[in-house]
Write a protein that binds this ligand. Structure first.
Ligand code: SF4
Length: 223
């Protein structure tokens, strides 16, 4: 992979690292991660509170150079909430020019209309009890691609029922090519309970676990 065009535009970055992708459709695959600083929500079980502030201002060309050292085709832009920084669209463009397969994890509160078609979006919809609930995802449902992914973190049975009804009401099980990912809030809900609810529901849910936490540990950063 080579950088064809360099950009001195800057982004506030919390960390750039490589790991095994721990979540979603690409789970288990080597992936480089670019974690942007700042978030507009305050989820109760947020496991990346360190990304709220104190990022380092980096030029996009320096970020791309770090990505090229890892040399993974798959690159995920995450946060925090990456769409809060306008220069993220330049980063996306340069990663695409760099021949990376680009994943974007967003909390769904901001409009995704400027995200290019070639980006694989993982929209992490927050439940009402999460502390980060917003109706922003509703304006994104009409434009998100059917090849993208929805993820919902579940902390209790009320969350699960809300997720089930929300997906049924918005026809999401039929729309998306991939199953809707429901993931237990780590350390709050056990996988067995969520598995039982999924089995009862008879819909196209997929139980997600945060694979990286099982491999590297719960509190390890940069993995
Ligand atoms: S949206 Fe993500 S980064 Fe922001 S508070 Fe919620 S879990 Fe944390």
């Amino acid at each position: 992979m080579s950088t064809k065009v360099l950009s001195d535009k800057k982004l506030d970055i919390t960390e750039v690292f490589q790991s095994i992708q721990g979540e979603g459709h690409y789970s288990g695959i080597p992936c480089s991660f670019i974690r942007l600083t700042g978030c507009n929500l305050l989820c109760k079980w947020c496991d990346t509170t360190y990304a709220y502030k104190n990022g380092e201002s980096l030029e996009i060309n320096d970020i791309i150079n770090e990505i090229n050292i890892f040399n993974n085709e798959l690159v995920e832009i995450t946060g925090g909430e990456p769409l809060l920084q306008d220069n993220v669209y330049d980063l996306i463009d340069y990663l695409h020019q760099n021949n990376n397969r680009v994943l974007l994890e967003t909390n769904g509160s901001l409009f995704i209309d400027r995200v290019p078609e070639y980006v694989h979006i993982i929209m992490d919809i927050k439940t009402p009890s999460s502390g980060g609930y917003t109706e922003g995802y509703l304006k994104n449902l009409p434009i998100i691609k059917k090849t993208d992914e929805i993820k919902i973190v579940i902390s209790n049975y009320n969350d699960f029922k809300w997720a089930l009804n929300m997906c049924l009401d918005n026809n999401l099980f039929d729309y998306f090519e991939k199953p809707i990912l429901v993931q237990p809030a780590f350390g709050i809900l056990n996988e067995q309970d969520l598995a039982a609810w999924i089995l009862d529901s008879k819909v196209f849910f997929k139980l997600g676990i945060q694979l990286h936490k099982y491999i590297f540990g719960e509190h390890v950063r940069g993995v």
